[in-house]
Design a binder for this molecule. Structure first.
Ligand code: DGU
Ligand code: CA
Ligand code: CA
Ligand code: CA
Length: 195
């Protein structure tokens, strides 16, 4: 989408319970590379919503949801280390990504490190590694769930990577893929850090 202006940010922003970016283009955190120690651009507290934002390089560690959250109509022009991380310790947490899209995530787009269910719907991904990965080496081996509906993928390697030994699940409806081989669901064996 076309932006309505640009905002250079140099420090992580907390969105509070509701943040509407008005389709401005936000950039300026981290170095645009794959370093795992970069700051997020936005932190969304439990129950919060972020919407109508274009995130551009350098985007650092993207959006962090501390608990349940809604990410609506957010567009990543060039994913940083990853696009968003879901972090609640509650098994009833729900994280909704509705609308929007992500390009050029060299590795992962959505990183599920906490517990609960991630829903990704009405979303496009292009030129990325995995659209979703349930953490494979986090120290807490939560059951993690993902639901994808109406997702279009172009030249993307994997839609979901899950750890079947930890009881993770993935559900898919209305998936369209273009380009060379895309794996819909890759099953892994999670190994907790420090084990
Ligand atoms: O414990 O080292 O890549 O959040 C966490 C792991 C690793 C994460 C993940 C992320 O899986 O750092 O970006
Ligand atoms: Ca990572
Ligand atoms: Ca990138
Ligand atoms: Ca990350």
């Amino acid at each position: 989408p076309t932006d309505t202006g640009s905002v250079h940010i140099t420090q992580t922003r907390n969105t509070g319970s509701f943040f509407d970016g008005g389709m401005k283009r936000y950039y300026g955190i981290g170095d645009g590379g794959q370093g795992e120690d970069q700051d997020p651009m936005f932190v969304v507290p439990n129950g919060g919503t972020i919407q109508n934002v274009i995130i551009d390089a350098p985007a650092g560690d993207g959006v962090h949801c501390e608990g349940s959250c809604t990410i609506r109509n957010v567009w990543w022009n060039d994913v940083g280390e990853d696009a968003a991380t879901f972090k609640s310790s509650s098994s009833s947490a729900t994280y909704l990504v509705d609308g929007g899209g992500a390009k050029s995530g060299s590795d992962k787009v959505f990183q599920h490190n906490g517990a609960g269910t991630v829903t990704i719907r009405n979303f496009q991904v292009h030129g990325s590694g995995k659209l979703y990965r349930a953490c494979g080496n986090c120290s807490t081996s939560y059951k993690r769930h993902v639901v994808m509906d109406n997702v279009t993928a172009r030249t993307t390697k994997v839609l979901a990577g899950i750890n079947t030994n930890w009881g993770d699940t993935a559900r898919f409806t209305r998936i369209t893929v273009y380009g060379s081989s895309t794996t819909i669901c890759e099953k892994y064996r999670g190994v907790p850090k420090g084990s």
